[in-house]
Design a protein around this ligand. Sequence first.
Ligand code: KG4
Ligand code: ZN
Length: 342
Amino acid sequence: MKILTIESSCDETAAAVIDGNRNVLGASLASQIDAHRLYGGVVPEIASRAHLEAILPVVADAIDQAKITLDDLDAVAVVNEPGLAGSLLVGLSAAKAICVAKDKPLIAINHLQAHVYACKVAFDENLFPCVGLIVSGGHSSLYRCAGPIDFELLGTTIDDAAGEAFDKVAAMLGLPYPGGPSIQKAAEKGDPKAYDFPRPMLHEPDRMQFSFSGLKTSVRYKLMGTGKVDYEDLNITEQERADVAASFQEAVCDCLVGKAVQALKKCKMKTLCVGGGVAANKRFREKALDAADRYRFKLYIAPPKLCTDNAVMGAVAIERYKAGLFANLDLDVSPGLVRDKQ
Ligand code: KG4
Ligand code: ZN
């Protein structure tokens, strides 16, 4: 079996060819980070235009790497939810066009299920049932995962996503976009105990929710007081910048790991699978490992390359293929802007 998977939900255009045993026969990715850096975050209109330019070369590259033609495919799978509407539409339109031209079945991929499935691709072990933690630029959510395509939302963020908080705090500190890797780098020389930032929601073990907006504001007040200050006028030493970065990173990681542990207890589960760009964070990985040791649960975090958006994690389409769950050609995008989709 050979499935073409397409990912265009946010700011990476990606395609992969996967066989029935989750072997990656080809994988291609065009990142838009440079196009968005100037604005300090993803600009939806720029994202969809860049997808439009990249989608065909990226698909062609994945197909070439796999040394096959479109005729050899058994199905075309594409992320249709959640994500940016205009971005999702580009991938979905390309997938439908291939299905019509080559008479192939279409499979819908849920981006969040794909993030968790990255752990399956990376470790090839029985992960389910598990608690799934997805931490990215757009999502911070906990799921009870009965199987790879059977997710029940436990809770999500009530304001910012974790990655979004990284990106915004990095901007405050004058560090480049994307903020996660920049803060991680700055934090290497900082003291994580220098500032005692809050750990929102951790003291409420029954609420499966995150909140990062107050933490972000706390960093802002620490940096520039409560008055109106231009970030460009920020006058801090390199050491202070590193200390703020390290203390902020520590607080976010405590929240993510602490909530995941609370979710495992609530669900009476012993396996945690983590996906999404923030899961690439070194300090997060260390803290999650420590918690797994301490609370005795199995921890799966995909390698950093499979944490950030990619098409290889679209291998979750194999599960739909096997279950005969194909989509109609009138499949629409489902951006899910307000709340994470299940
Ligand atoms: O999963 P992803 O590639 O795209 C979305 O679906 O949003 O996640 C991107 C997010 C960005 O906010 C970025 O700052 C964050 O993941 N990120 C990190 C790291 N690498 C990427 N956050 C913390 N530490 C990192 N090393
Ligand atoms: Zn993502």
